[in-house]
Design a binder for this molecule. Sequence first.
Ligand code: ACO
Length: 329
Amino acid sequence: MNSGRNSRMVGFGSFAPDQAVDNLELCNRVDTSDEWIQTRTGIKSRRIASDHQPTSELALRAAQRAIESSGLKLGEIDLVIVATITPDMAFPSTACILQHKLGLGKVACFDIEAACSGFLYALDVADAMISSGRYRNALVVGAEKMSSIMDWQDRSTCVLFGDGAGAAVLSKDGEGPELLGFFCGADGSNPSLLCQPGGGSLNPATVDTVEERKHFLKMNGREIFKSAVRVMESASRELLGRHGLNVEDVSHVIPHQANVRIVESLSQRLEIPLMKFFCNLEKFGNTSAASIPLAFDEGLRKGHFKAGEIGLLVAFGAGLTWSSTLVRF
Ligand code: ACO
């Protein structure tokens, strides 16, 4: 193993379910409008998985593409991490279910739960495990079936989210975007800002919790909006500072795809022109842990990122959590 090198993303892939639901279709379900959704969020459409597509199925399709593009054999993957807040079940982990579906060996598998920051948290953990020398090739997946925890009677949340998955294969051997550094943080002081209150040990499932709609995502959108801009700016500046880089050194920002107004505010605060931000949220909505890898994969496939350029990936999510990652293409 080449222990002197940084880890690289030697394979990448993503998957979104076929069914696209546009804003007009949502108007049949809740009291909303295409105009409201587009002006407040920038979202035009989102993909919704079928009843037969749990999160592990979305993860499977993205992972197969990532492994194929890495050129590695299944037997060479020795670690699987899935970032998700919509696991197939509370346990076992979606990573274990994915291991079996992929036909991998009996390798280490676990999930990471850091909401929309989950994929970047998982990259940090996978890189550390590879750098320890105990693992060689890690499959890192961000996958979500957000539609499974949407309250389709709550117009303030159900218009925002979508389903999808993205995956990377990390290794110190091989070529691909180089992982230069990571930064993760969290503030657990106010979990109710964004949560799914029912179904855990605090509010186990009962007829009452179901009737009270506690098994759906709840969010204070306005407060999350303000926190998101603040923590994404600080996570970006912290990581750039640690690596002696300035905002001018960044060629591309791949932000968490939650809301175009959050992206615009971040662009202003960081003084990085909006044209450097890669976004596809108008097509997919907020896919939580899948959002950054879905955007990153599209940028890679379109040849949007040139060799040697620096990319900044930055996310925030429930927790609150935040995370940033620097890559060199
Ligand atoms: N259609 C029409 N009207 C709506 C809708 C809708 N879909 N949703 C809310 N409204 C109404 C509200 O009822 C309110 O009406 P009122 O003034 O009569 O009370 C009005 O629109 C304004 O509501 P606000 O919540 O103030 O709207 P705001 O401009 O803040 O936009 C939004 C709401 C889009 C949710 C915004 O706050 C936001 O993007 N926040 C960040 C959310 C986010 O990124 N969450 C993801 C976190 S990542 C994770 O970990 C899962």
